[in-house]
Design a binder for this molecule. Structure first.
Ligand SMILES: O=c1[nH]cc([C@@H]2O[C@H](COP(=O)(O)OP(=O)(O)OP(=O)(O)O)[C@@H](O)[C@H]2O)c(=O)[nH]1
Length: 668
């Protein structure tokens, strides 16, 4: 191919974009690059004051984003990428560095500082090339560069600025504007690469790839920083990269091409403490890879150990503890045992919860097994086994005085999540898992063979309409199901409700909002917002039972079927844990109805478990898919593309630390 000879060189390689930016995804996929998206967890918090020039800050941030993903993938995704691409876009004006605004006032400050002036947009790009060795070690080579584009804004009135800010567009964009969309109207001229402003300098990137893949014959020729990380059972492995800001660089920058900023790689590696020579200015990135370690825990530390100097392109061996292998094996065995026993743990939890053990021990802590057995009307032997198992799972504590029987009480964990009346009670959902999910999963083999749900085998019913047949077929089943949805929505609701700035929306409609638990969280988090819960008449008639004690009138209920009836009017539609249950045709009907009900600027907040882009996690989402509902589990990008076909543009994606992720889309 003449147009993209370098891009086509990457065919067959595992290329990873370490970025959550939908614009970068679009630019690179439009160029024909095939890649996976693994957003970086690196927090953009480097101290700007410590960089000599703004582009150094952007390049360093891009490097850290890419390295974080390159280091995480072998452990978390169990595969090593061939190339990881990271990028960071900043705007500079009057000596200030502007990133993404944190709120509307911040956006106003940024945009008014740009009004009537020329500013620079810098995108720093890092390319990490990974070479996997036979012994599972990985060599990393780092290439980086930046591109500058000058942009001049017209004079902007306050009215214009606020109208633009209220469109929601500025919030996830460097400098508070998107030149590719409404923000283009603010711009008088652009000098340089337009795509660089949008977030990725494609032309310069291709030239850089050309340098890496076509011009360089051996890694030693390349202008790169090379580090080696062993992940073969390491206990405390040291990864060395260029010094972070605030720590003195060991060499001057030696750009090989325009805007290339790779440092001449003088590496420092931690040595054993017996080595005595001390260099105050050495630095390193330490990543502890013991069993409790998460890539997010990696941190820069200022170190006073012996430096080891390497020349350009040289690979540095890093320390690995002697016992690394043994530890890994133990961990592997434990992991398999945990998986084998997982169902027993679940069932012990379900049973203790169903038999009200936690409620009982909350009101009467310190009972022994015989006393508990009497209260829950069970055998002493069986109860003693159940209580001991719960202790081993961290759900109960036991105390024993000399020559006396052990007595039991709740742990903090069970007091928080397992009591019927705890604010974060998951008891309703646990019961649902026991009564509905467990029987379905006991037919998993059939489900896998047939690729269909097992409602008939588990409950004696075919499931044309799962909700009607299984969850709403009796008052008791309906209440149980509503209890389950209520408890999960209460636990997840706050994280979803506070995921985004929703101050521009006044009315919301929670489609399939069940008991209103999520809606109440939204009104708590957003004082200016009223929420209508839209759900089936059978659900709405029971919603009274779940109304919180203290509430104003900002949550109301409307009965209807979101596939058939007219949707209540709102500025923002909420779809939480809905889409994954329905087949594509129904999802399409629902999204079309929402799109029709929305005018430009209206929002759609989608909350689901977002699968990783390579569908390797999180296991909660992938295990949920095994229940073989007619729907499917999707990644943030898949949802984003789906919503795009219905006229919604993804403004923000948030991977919360809670059970559900969230995405805010705006009707174009
Ligand atoms: O005209 C435009 N200018 C900038 C953008 C978008 O702004 C962001 C810049 O933020 P950053 O580089 O930190 O990247 P993130 O979005 O946070 O994603 P990462 O996961 O890579 O950190 C970027 O998305 C640009 O595309 C724009 O759209 N138009």
């Amino acid at each position: 191919m003449v147009l993209n000879p370098v891009i086509s060189k990457l065919a067959g390689k595992l290329v990873v974009l370490a970025s959550a930016s939908p614009r970068r995804l679009e630019i690179l996929s439009n160029a024909g690059l095939r890649f996976e998206v693994v957003p970086s967890w690196f927090k953009e918090t480097l101290d700007k004051g410590l960089f000599k020039a703004p582009h150094e800050y952007a390049v360093e941030t891009a490097k850290q984003k890419a390295l974080e993903v390159a280091r995480r993938m072998p452990f978390k995704h169990l595969k090593t990428p061939d190339i990881v691409i990271g990028a960071d876009t900043i705007v500079t004006v009057d000596g200030m560095i502007l990133e993404k605004p944190v709120d509307k006032e911040d956006a106003y400050r940024m945009l008014s500082s740009l009004s009537g002036k020329e500013h620079s947009v810098f995108t720093g790009v890092a390319i990490v090339v990974c070479h996997e060795k036979e012994n599972e070690e990985v060599d990393y080579q780092l290439f980086d560069f930046y591109e500058e584009t000058k942009v001049k804004f017209a004079d902007l009135s306050d009215n214009m600025l606020w109208e633009y800010i209220n469109s929601g567009e500025p919030m996830d964009k460097a400098g508070g504007y998107g030149i590719q969309a409404l923000g283009g109207m603010l711009v008088e001229y652009v000098h340089g690469d337009f795509l660089n402003v949008v977030g990725f300098p494609l032309n310069h990137f291709c030239k850089q790839l050309d340098l890496i893949y076509n011009r360089c014959t051996s890694s030693a020729d390349q202008e790169s920083v090379s580090v080696r990380l062993s992940h073969n059972g390491s206990h405390a492995t040291t990864i060395v990269t260029q010094p972070p800001p605030g720590l003195p660089a060991q060499s001057s920058h030696s750009p090989s091409s325009k805007n290339s900023s790779s440092a001449n790689p003088v590496h420092k590696v931690k040595r054993k403490s017996s080595e005595s020579e001390v260099d105050e200015s050495s630095w390193m990135l330490v990543n502890s890879l013991s069993k409790h370690t998460d890539a997010r825990e990696a941190e820069f530390i200022y170190n006073t150990t012996l430096p080891l100097t390497a020349s350009r392109g040289q690979v540095i061996e890093l320390n690995v503890t002697e016992h690394g292998d043994t530890e890994l094996k133990k961990e592997d065995l434990q992991r398999i045992i945990d998986l084998m026993d997982g169902f027993k743990s679940s069932k012990a939890l379900f049973t203790a919860s169903k038999m009200c053990v936690f409620d009982l021990l909350q009101s009467r802590p310190g009972l022994d097994a015989a006393q508990v057995a009497q209260e829950i009307k069970a055998s002493v032997k069986g109860t003693a086994c159940l209580l001991e198992a719960c202790v081993s799972l961290g759900l109960l504590k036991s105390k024993q005085r000399a020559c006396q029987k052990p007595v039991y009480e709740n742990t903090d964990l069970s007091s928080r999540f397992l009591l019927s009346d705890a604010p974060s009670s998951l008891r309703g959902y646990i019961q649902h898992c026991n009564d509905t999910v467990w029987p379905l999963f006991s037919h998993l083999e059939s489900a896998v063979r047939e690729g269909a749900n097992q409602h008939e085998k588990a409950f004696g019913k075919t499931s044309k309409d799962m909700f009607q047949d299984t969850f709403y077929n009796s008052q008791e089943a309906k209440l149980r199901f509503m209890n389950a949805m209520h408890s999960i929505a209460k636990v997840t609701g706050r994280a979803v409700a506070t995921a985004f700035d929703l101050s521009s929306f006044k009315t919301a409609c929670d489609l399939g909002g069940c008991t209103g638990a999520m809606a109440y969280e939204f009104t708590k988090a957003h004082p200016g917002l009223s929420v209508t819960v839209f759900d089936l008449p059978a659900v709405v008639e029971m919603s009274e039972h779940f109304r919180p004690l203290h509430t104003d009138n900002r949550v109301s209920f409307v009965a209807g079927d979101f596939f058939k009836d007219e949707l209540p009017k709102a500025d923002l539609y909420i779809l939480a844990r809905i889409l994954h249950d329905w087949p594509d045709e129904k999802v399409c009907i629902l999204l079309s109805k929402i799109a029709n009900a929305c005018t430009a600027g209206c929002g759609l907040l989608l909350s689901e478990i977002f699968l990783d882009e390579d569908r390797r996690g999180p296991s909660r989402g992938l295990l949920q898919a095994l229940s073989m509902s007619e729907g499917k589990q999707s990644s943030a990008t898949e949802y984003s593309l789906l919503l795009k076909t219905h006229g919604f543009i993804t403004a923000h994606v948030r991977h919360t630390d809670n059970l559900l992720d969230a995405m805010l889309c705006i009707k174009a």
